[in-house]
Structure formats: structure tokens, C-alpha cells
Design a protein around this ligand. Structure first.
Ligand code: NAD
Ligand code: ISD
Length: 400
């Protein structure tokens, strides 16, 4: 006989952990919640996988980074879920989907979940001192390349754009990080993509497993390698609900309560396309902060509908690599004004659209400075004089 639940969380990622915490805080009775996840572990803070998990010394390991430590909240261990009689860890659904077919080669690694990260660590260990090719110049590419260097591999990054982090960085910002990476030994092959892998079956007759020995690029270059990391983006897995819920921007369209076109189904995290009030449009945001906050908002809307206003989210992105650390708030549209010392360690940029500040980036800031750019971006102040904004730089945000 199947078991009935009042609430079902489909997916066991970051958002599920924060939703479970919120349900528990709001006092749902034991046994009413079920989490259906493809992962054999209870929710954890995904950002750790491309950062602390890959460190050669004292790496982060579960249970230390179960949600919700990333927001300085309670760490929900398997014991906690058991005590709450919440039922996670049911290996039932394949929820992930990557933009390219996964190669079965032993030394080609993706990075999305704990199993990927665990395998990546094994491949790194067996390749120390050798070559690594990182395909993709986004978050996974940048964070993994930094980790690979720290693990003493010779790294080449390959991506199609003219500079790294093309979705967010300006050429000037990207150039700072690329120079920093180059000084650490990373090489960049830009403006091209992978054409094929050269494989070695290690003398085995079976087709798999095989090792990639070189990456062949469309521009004709050939990069001999001991391992490959692929980080070429994600695609929300909406196949399960196609034809049942309204989709937009590649995700599941929701309203300000995170409610889909079926009012008993809510969508949160990377998969949800929600109204971003400050932009006045629907966006799908891939970031852990949005996952955490949208999950909690959805639970609040479910449990206390009359006291919950529409989600009013300030888009936030961040990364930490080597000794660097940056934060970005808002939207990167309109005119860009750079500020600070690009030959030093603290600099940034503002984006001004229709006369208002709409986006702020800062590298190497203090906690107070990051709070200041977040506040300034939310306020969307009028910028009458771009030159004056450039002159004031970070001081503009701090003074608001
Ligand atoms: P991404 O969207 O950040 O970057 C994708 C990159 O793939 C692009 O920059 C591009 O350079 C590259 N690309 C696309 N097609 C390519 C091709 N054919 N060959 C070579 N390169 C190609 O995605 P990601 O880096 O894979 O990250 C996956 C997800 O994980 C994203 O949602 C990301 O936001 C998230 N993530 C975030 C963080 C963080 O916020 N600090 C860290 C790790 C992962
Ligand atoms: O900050 C992050 C990070 O490191 C991730 O892997 O956000 C992402 C996820 O895509 C958010 O779920």
C-alpha cells in the first residue's frame, strides 16, 4: 500500500532543504512531508561542491554542509529528517539534465551533485601533476579551474566567448580575473569549442571505460590531457511536467507566491521562472540564494496565504576563487561604470539603465560594503551624472 502525504517536495536540492526547514518552523505535523530526490543523501549546500569539497587539504565533507548552514540556520541532518518523520532520499526521479550528452569516459567529469563531486575528487587525485582541460567559462569552469590549480594540475580553460563569465562580467572585469588565473598558471583558449575527444581504451577490448587523452577543438587545436571537467550550463528538467504546467523562459512559470498554473503546485529554485518585481518581468535565476529564498517564500505562501505578499527578490550572485571573492546584485543591463582599483584588490562596476542604478558588482569588499551595494541596488537611485557616479565609485553606494 502506498503512503499518502499532504506536502510533496519534488527534488532534493538546496531549495528542498530550505523548504523543509520552513515547513518545520511553521509546525507541520510529523509525517506530512515527503521529499522525492534522486540523491541518496538529504539536502546539502550545493555551492560547497565546487569550492570546499575540492580542496586538497581539509576538504568539506558531509554531514558538515547539509542545508541550512549556508544561511547560518540549523543544519538538517539525516537524523533531523527522521525525527520530523520527513521522508527524503527516495531514489526515484532523474531530475538533472545537461546541455550535452555525457561521455562515458572515466576521466570526463561534470559537477552538479555529490556523486559528480566525489568522482571529480577521485579523478583529480589520480591526475595530480598532469594536465586538465576545463570546458566552459562560467561558474563551474571558473571555480573548478581554481580548485584544479590548487590541486597541482596544469589547467587549460576552453570556452566559446571572448572572455570568462560572459553572462555577467564586462570585458574589463573578466580581464582582471583572467590575468589573476594566468598568474596561477591557468591557460585560456577562447572563442572555440570542443570538436571531439581522443580516447584510449587502455588496451581493453570493451568499449567502456575509456580514458580521454586529448581534447580536439573546432579551431584545430589539440590539447593533450589527463582529465576533463565540463561546465557548460544547465537546462531545467521540465520534461516531467510538460503539457501540464505553463512554461516560460525555459522554466516553470509561477506567480509572486511561486504558484504554477496549477494552484496546488509550486515551483522554486533554478527551475522556476518568477516575476522579479524590480525588473518588472519574469526571470529564471540560477543561484543558491534564489533557491533558498524562493523555497521559504513558497512555504510561507502555502502555510499562511493571507499574510504573504508577492515575492520581492533582489537578484544576487557571488563566487569565491583563490583569494578572490565577488558579489553582484540586480541586473547587468544598460551603461556600465567601472570604479575602484583594477590593479589592486577592490574594484567594481555599476550598471545604469533608464537613468537608474540597476546593478552593482564588487570584488574584495567588506561585509558593510557588500551590504551597501545591495541596498543601493534595491533602491534603484536616479543617476543624473554618470561621470560623477564614476568619480564617487563605491562611495556612491555607501553614502545612500
Ligand atoms: P554557466 O551558465 O555559468 O556557464 C556555462 C558556460 O558554458 C558559458 O560561460 C560558456 O563559456 C560555456 N559553454 C557553453 N557551450 C559551450 C561549449 N559547447 N563548449 C565550451 N563551453 C561552452 O554554467 P555552469 O558553469 O555549467 O554552472 C552550472 C550551474 O551551476 C549554473 O546554474 C550556475 O549558476 C551554477 N553554479 C553557480 C555557482 C555560483 O553561483 N558561485 C558555482 C557553481 C555553479
Ligand atoms: O551558488 C550556487 C552554486 O554554487 C550552485 O551550484 O548556486 C548554484 C545552484 O545552481 C543553485 O541551485
Amino acid at each position: 500500500m502506498g503512503r499518502a502525504f499532504v506536502y510533496v517536495l519534488l527534488g532534493g536540492g538546496v531549495a528542498a532543504g530550505y523548504a523543509a526547514l520552513e515547513f518545520s518552523k511553521r509546525g507541520i505535523p510529523h509525517g506530512e512531508l515527503c521529499i522525492i530526490s534522486e540523491e541518496p543523501v538529504v539536502p546539502y549546500e550545493r555551492p560547497a561542491l565546487s569550492k570546499g569539497f575540492l580542496l586538497p587539504e581539509a576538504p568539506a565533507r558531509l554531514p558538515s554542509f547539509h542545508t541550512c548552514v549556508g544561511a547560518h540556520e540549523e543544519r538538517l541532518t539525516p537524523k533531523w529528517y527522521k525525527e520530523q518523520e520527513f521522508f527524503p532520499g527516495v531514489k526515484a526521479l532523474q531530475l538533472e539534465e545537461f546541455g550535452v550528452n555525457v561521455s562515458n569516459a572515466e576521466n570526463v567529469c561534470y559537477l552538479r551533485n555529490l556523486a559528480d563531486a566525489t568522482r571529480l575528487v577521485e579523478v583529480i587525485k589520480s591526475s595530480v601533476g598532469g594536465n586538465a582541460v576545463v570546458i566552459g567559462g562560467g561558474y563551474v569552469g571558473m571555480e573548478c579551474a581554481a580548485s584544479l590549480v590548487t590541486n597541482k594540475l596544469n589547467v587549460t580553460m576552453v570556452f566559446p566567448e571572448a572572455h570568462c563569465m560572459a553572462r555577467l562580467f564586462t570585458p574589463k572585469i573578466a580581464s582582471y580575473y583572467e590575468d589573476f588565473y594566468k598568474a596561477k598558471g591557468v591557460q585560456f583558449t577562447k572563442g572555440t569549442v570542443l570538436s571531439s575527444f581522443e580516447m584510449d581504451s587502455n588496451g581493453k577490448i570493451v568499449q567502456f571505460p575509456v580514458q580521454v587523452t586529448a581534447v580536439v577543438l573546432k579551431d584545430g587545436n589539440r590539447l593533450p590531457t589527463d582529465m576533463v571537467v565540463v561546465g557548460i550550463g544547465i537546462r531545467p528538467n521540465t520534461s516531467l511536467i510538460e503539457g501540464q504546467l505553463t512554461l516560460e523562459k525555459g522554466g516553470i512559470k509561477v506567480n509572486g507566491r511561486m504558484q504554477t498554473s496549477n494552484n496546488s503546485v509550486y515551483a522554486v529554485g533554478d527551475v522556476a521562472a518568477f516575476p522579479v518585481k524590480m525588473f518588472g518581468e519574469i526571470r529564471r535565476l540560477e543561484h543558491v540564494d534564489s533557491a533558498r529564498k524562493s523555497a521559504r517564500h513558497a512555504v510561507a505562501a502555502i502555510m499562511d496565504p493571507s499574510n504573504v505578499a508577492d515575492f520581492d527578490y533582489l537578484p544576487f550572485f557571488y563566487s569565491r576563487v583563490f583569494t578572490l571573492s565577488w558579489q553582484f546584485y540586480g541586473d547587468n543591463i544598460g551603461e556600465v561604470v567601472h570604479y575602484g582599483d583594477f590593479s589592486g584588490s577592490t574594484f567594481g562596476a555599476f550598471w545604469v539603465s533608464k537613468g537608474h542604478l540597476v546593478g552593482s558588482f564588487l570584488e574584495g569588499g567588506t561585509k558593510e560594503e557588500y551590504e551597501a551595494i545591495a541596498k543601493a541596488t534595491r533602491l534603484k537611485p536616479l543617476v543624473e551624472d554618470i561621470t560623477e557616479l564614476e568619480r564617487q565609485g563605491l562611495g556612491f553606494a555607501v553614502s545612500l
